[in-house]
Design a protein around this ligand. Structure first.
Ligand SMILES: Cc1cc2nc3c(=O)[nH]c(=O)nc-3n(C[C@H](O)[C@H](O)[C@H](O)COP(=O)(O)O)c2cc1C
Length: 220
């Protein structure tokens, strides 16, 4: 990436993990979508409602297959190189809705998070901006082989932080922009210079053959 632009477009799925109509996280996700586009990325914006799923149940999966929300999430994820999610913090963790969606999506083969780049954002009225929820959200995503960008942006006092559709504070707005740009640079570098050999197995030390329903085939 030079001069703040990608050399060629890379597509990102951008969505908010909140179902709420006036969601602060949806507002932040929309800002992220604009920032990705401004910096040369292609964007698909989705809403959490498109991905609504019943509580995960292996019996339901075995008897009825995947719910339409999980199918749609997989379709949109697979059409992208990476994703940006703005997630609320609920009780110092992620909302159950997004964990449930991750659980459903993790059952597809090939497993769609594997190798995809992810940027985590949050917005909360609290002073920590929902950052604890993002540390919780990293765990299942990294476990599933997603490359979650080290820096996460958490908008504190989010109910007062916007001026119209923008982040009101100029310095904070600059920090947000730089965070998105840095993420795009890494996703682009990884696309052009793939240097990390991928071999996603749920537990690397697991004896081959054990728990096969949880293991992706590994290239020799
Ligand atoms: C069930 C529940 C639990 C919450 N727990 C937290 C919390 O632990 N930390 C926090 O900063 N905000 C918490 N909040 C407040 C949310 O951050 C706030 O409602 C926020 O606006 C939700 O995001 P949204 O606007 O994108 O829907 C909680 C809200 C709900 C409904």
């Amino acid at each position: 990436m030079s001069g703040g632009r990608l050399r060629e477009p890379i597509r990102f799925l951008v969505f908010s993990a909140s179902l709420r109509r006036d969601s602060l996280n949806t507002k932040l996700a929309d800002l992220a979508a604009t920032a990705v586009e401004t910096n040369g990325g292609d964007v698909t914006v989705a809403r959490m409602r498109d991905f609504d799923c019943p509580s995960y149940d292996l019996d339901v999966q075995n008897e009825d297959g995947f719910p339409p929300g999980a199918e749609e999430f997989r379709r949109q994820l697979e059409a992208c190189h990476g994703f940006v999610v703005a997630s609320p913090e609920y009780n110092a963790s992620m909302p159950g809705t997004i964990k449930n969606l991750i659980d459903w999506a993790s059952r597809f083969r090939p497993q769609p998070f594997d190798g995809r780049h992810g940027l985590l954002l949050s917005a909360s009225p609290s002073l920590a901006g929902g950052n604890r929820g993002l540390w919780a959200l990293r765990v299942p995503l990294e476990h599933l082989g997603a490359r979650i960008f080290p820096d996460m942006f958490s908008l504190a006092m989010a109910h007062k932080a916007f001026a119209g559709e923008q982040i009101a504070d100029e310095a904070l707005r600059g920090r947000f922009e730089k965070n998105v740009q840095a993420f795009l640079s890494l996703a682009e570098a990884a696309k052009h210079y793939p240097c990390i050999k991928r071999a996603w197995v749920e537990f690397l030390g697991e004896p081959p053959g054990a728990g096969e329903d949880r293991v992706d085939p590994v290239a020799p």
